[in-house]
Design a protein around this ligand. Structure first.
Ligand SMILES: NC(=O)C1=CN([C@@H]2O[C@H](COP(=O)(O)OP(=O)(O)OC[C@H]3O[C@@H](n4cnc5c(N)ncnc54)[C@H](OP(=O)(O)O)[C@@H]3O)[C@@H](O)[C@H]2O)C=CC1
Ligand SMILES: O=C(O)C1=N[C@H](C(=O)O)C[C@H](O)C1
Length: 254
């Protein structure tokens, strides 16, 4: 049995993870962390991780970068592995995650769907073949409640394209203040927010006479929640500290 804590349990993703866990006979939700205690829930909810005194095998976090310090402190002091799915971390927070991963197992991915992780590979390969003759533009679309922009996935896609290119690219997030023609070494990243769009990422390779588009659309939050529970099951069985990612999990989706 995997004893799991959901951090951000009252949010959209926290509730999607709860729904997935309920259908998994080998997973038990032992607690939730969130800012406000929740009313009728099947498990106790703590505003601060430090208040949880029980036993757990793994924490799955879909909350906010603001939750990170307390979570890392909790996971390190209790030696509990952490699946970090939250996006929008600052560079210094990413460094703190790297440092903590030298002491405990941490799994981090800005996108827990299998499809996006296939897309990352396709983008890397397309960039390597097409090269600087094709302009790379990334367009991400999300619901109107999303707080961070660009999405963590858009940044991962930009890094994947950059891996395939020979020149170091410059990321351009808005063109309104730049009065100049697009430069070959740029990767443009545009964010759209509206309605209930779950998560949509499009990578354009725009050549002079043709455009290639690679696109992933999430049709429900279940795809992220189910990837996160797979990651939790994987991490709960790992003793060695380290920073793990979807690349370590591909076999679990077959
Ligand atoms: N890796 C992936 O595949 C995916 C990642 N995400 C990311 O997950 C995160 C959550 O997304 P979503 O569920 O839509 O967001 P929600 O706002 O619906 O849920 C976040 C929850 O976390 C709570 N929270 C905020 N700050 C803290 C804190 N300091 N400590 C504890 N809890 C806190 C919020 O409380 P309150 O509402 O009171 O602020 C809320 O209940 C985002 O960063 C999003 O980008 C989302 C989908 C997929
Ligand atoms: O906030 C969301 O909803 C999502 N966030 C992630 C991101 O920032 O990439 C992943 C997914 O697209 C949904």
């Amino acid at each position: 049995m995997v004893r799991l804590i959901i951090s951000g349990c009252n949010g959209r993703m926290g509730r999607a993870v709860e729904a997935i866990c309920t259908a998994e006979p080998d997973v038990e939700i032992v607690a939730g962390f969130d800012l406000l205690g929740a009313g009728e829930r099947e498990f106790p909810v703590f505003a601060s991780p430090a208040d949880f005194r029980g036993e757990a095998d793994v924490v799955v976090d879909f909350s906010s970068p603001a939750a990170l310090n307390a979570l890392l402190h909790f996971a390190r002091s209790r030696r509990i592995p952490l699946v970090l799915c939250t996006t929008g971390y600052l560079p210094e927070q990413l460094s703190a995650i790297d440092a903590a991963a030298r002491q405990i197992p941490i799994f981090r991915s800005a996108n827990m769907s299998f499809g996006v992780n296939v897309l990352l590979d396709l983008v890397r390969r397309a960039a390597a073949v097409l090269g600087e003759r094709y302009d790379v533009e990334i367009v991400e679309r999300h619901h109107n409640k999303k707080l961070d922009a660009p999405s963590g996935t858009a940044l991962m896609l930009a890094e994947a394209a950059a891996d395939g290119l020979s020149d170091t690219p410059e990321y351009v997030y808005e063109r309104q203040s730049i009065r100049r023609a697009r430069q070959a070494h740029e990767i443009g990243i545009s964010s759209v927010r509206g309605g209930g769009i779950v998560g949509d990422h499009e990578v354009l390779f725009a050549g002079r006479d043709e455009v290639i588009e690679l696109r992933h659309s999430a049709l429900s939050r279940e795809v992220f929640a189910s990837g996160a529970v797979k990651a939790a099951r994987f991490l709960a069985g790992i003793d060695a500290p380290g920073l793990y990612s979807m690349a370590d999990l591909v076999g679990q989706f077959k």
